[in-house]
Design a protein around this ligand. Structure first.
Ligand code: THU
Length: 165
């Protein structure tokens, strides 16, 4: 008989984002500004990501598309790659993500794609710290305490090492 396993997680949803602290609000604003700077001529779906590091430093990035579609990169990986390659010891604490289409900022925000979840999860494993994720909509913010919540049963470097008996 198989045993049933269950994976679930909880997150907070703020219908009044002003209840978040000023640092998170600043991060969300930066993600929205970054979305406006995206290079997304093909999808016209503009995404911005803003990252808060342990030192308090705030970085942001956006999606950058390419005529050869797979060569494009998502906003989340733009900003994470920038952070890791320049400040590898200043660990990311919080990542805010916002998206806009031609009508403006999307009401419910956007959740990171599978590729980005894998990259965020790797960074959590590298630093040993959770990365909070803020999915920022026009008037609503969802707060997820760790990327591992979004990527259960994740593939990681542990899978590359031989099993110990
Ligand atoms: N995109 C992101 O930048 N982040 C996500 O989490 C989802 C998708 C970008 C990739 C592509 O440039 C456009 O949005 C449409 O998929």
């Amino acid at each position: 008989m198989p045993t049933t396993k269950n994976i679930s997680f909880t997150y907070l949803e703020y219908d009044m984002p002003e209840e978040l602290g000023p640092e998170d609000q600043e991060l969300i604003s930066a993600a929205k500004v970054a979305a406006g700077k995206a290079y997304a001529p093909y999808s016209r779906f503009r995404v911005g990501a803003a990252l808060r590091l342990e030192s308090g430093k705030l970085l942001s990035g956006s999606n950058v598309e390419n005529a050869a579609f797979p060569s494009g990169i998502c906003a989340e990986r733009t900003v994470l790659s920038y952070a890791i390659s320049n400040w590898p010891d200043d660990h990311p604490l919080t990542l805010a993500i916002a998206a806009m289409n031609e009508e403006g900022i999307r009401d419910n925000g956007v959740s990171p794609c599978g590729n980005c979840r894998q990259v965020i999860a790797e960074e959590e494993m590298r630093t040993g710290k959770h990365i909070r994720i803020l999915l920022a909509g026009a008037d609503r913010v969802r707060v997820i305490e760790s990327c591992s919540n979004l990527l259960p049963l994740q593939f990681s470097k542990k899978d590359l090492t031989p099993d110990h008996p």
